[in-house]
Design a protein around this ligand. Structure first.
Ligand SMILES: [Zn+2]
Length: 363
């Protein structure tokens, strides 16, 4: 990605630029922040800044160094775990001491083609203590041409000895109005989806883009609106059948009963994957439902359309805000938060949903 298309983290960018311009580069950096906050993208942009051979402002985005970094084919930029992920796309949970030895220690003394050699280690929080200690050796006495960029979703996962050797940059949430604008102008997302995705992302740009482009997200949004518009007319049977969709299937268990043998591993794995998928959809659904009722609550108090995230569904927001008391809306918000906590505690999702719908229907 080009620097001009990158949204947010201006302070970090300014500081990195200054280091490049004044030739005051550190040997090791830690980019830390939530998944989707643009750490990896900025690491690539930083690599371009460092290696760029263009005149004037860096990265020039035109020289060979800039273009090869973007294409992932620059020999002086080493993606430490890319190979591992390519071989096993589902991803191993840890980065081991062997990974560090093979991908860093073994090659660190080989001189770069250009002036600098940049190691990017995405997922640094997955290094166990042994791996971090192996890396520490390189961090303590790096060859002068080496720059290591660690990318981590958690500062706490890093050893104190590592922390004391890196320059740490924390990625901050971006204002949702700016994300909304970015989605509309740079990604051509319809404005009502852009607004909702931006607010739903809580300032994490990568998440907002994912939401905005996801069909499932749009589907869940429609389901939320549909449910709210008909909940007061639903009978107890309707609610039961609505909630039953959230029952995790138990194909593996059935198999076990039928032939008296343990279920095959494949069936078990498939069941797990299915449950995870249902769980993630349910989480999104409840988050959206909460956002929707927050809209209703806010509208009730302000009657201001501008504050509404579900801008495509203003009619229903107004309608429900008019119908229900502030107290009843607050009561529903509590019930949604309670349902989220129960699902987090691994209670059966269909039971949780049933209870939630019954509470939403109470007056
Ligand atoms: Zn360049």
């Amino acid at each position: 990605m080009q620097l001009k298309d990158y949204l947010g983290q201006e302070k970090i960018i300014a500081s990195l630029k200054q280091a490049v311009d004044n030739n005051e580069l550190s040997h090791a950096y830690l980019f830390v922040g939530p998944e989707g906050s643009g750490k990896r993208t900025l690491a690539d942009i930083f690599a371009k800044m460092v290696l760029c051979k263009g005149e004037g402002e860096k990265p020039c985005e035109l020289c060979n160094a800039c273009l090869t970094v973007d294409a992932g084919s620059n020999f002086d930029v080493i993606d430490v775990v890319a190979e591992k992920l390519r071989l096993n796309p589902k991803g191993s949970k840890t980065i081991s001491v062997d990974d560090i030895r093979e991908r860093v220690t073994a090659s660190v003394s080989i001189k770069p083609n250009g002036d600098k050699k940049i190691y990017i280690l995405d997922g640094a929080e997955k290094m166990d203590a042994k791996a971090q200690n192996a890396l520490l050796k390189t961090l303590e006495e790096p060859p002068e041409y080496v720059i290591i960029i660690l990318i981590s979703s958690s500062k706490e996962a890093m050893l104190q000895t590592i922390m004391s050797r890196v320059l740490c940059y924390e990625f901050k949430p971006v204002e949702t109005a700016r994300i909304e604008n970015y989605l509309v102008n740079k990604k051509q997302i319809p404005s009502h989806i852009a607004r909702m995705s931006a607010r739903f992302s809580q300032g994490v740009v990568g998440e907002a883009i994912l939401f905005a482009l996801s069909d499932e997200f749009e589907e869940e949004r429609k389901k939320v609106v549909e449910l709210v518009s008909k909940i007061d007319r639903m009978t107890a049977e309707d609610i039961l059948s609505y909630a039953s969709v959230y029952k995790a299937s138990s194909t593996a268990k059935k198999e076990e009963k039928d032939d008296g043998e343990k279920p095959k591993r494949g069936a078990k794995t498939a069941e797990k994957a299915e449950r995870r998928e249902l769980r993630s959809r349910t989480d999104d659904f409840l988050d959206l439902l909460e956002l929707f009722f927050r809209d209703i609550f806010v509208y009730k108090g302000s009657e201001n359309d501008e504050l509404i995230s579900f801008s495509d569904d203003l009619m229903i927001v107004r309608e429900v805000a008019e119908e229900k008391s502030a107290e009843a809306i607050a009561h529903i918000l509590d019930a949604i938060r309670e349902a989220k906590a129960r699902i987090k505690a691994n209670l059966p999702m269909d039971g949780v949903m049933e209870m939630l719908l019954l509470k939403m229907r109470e007056r």
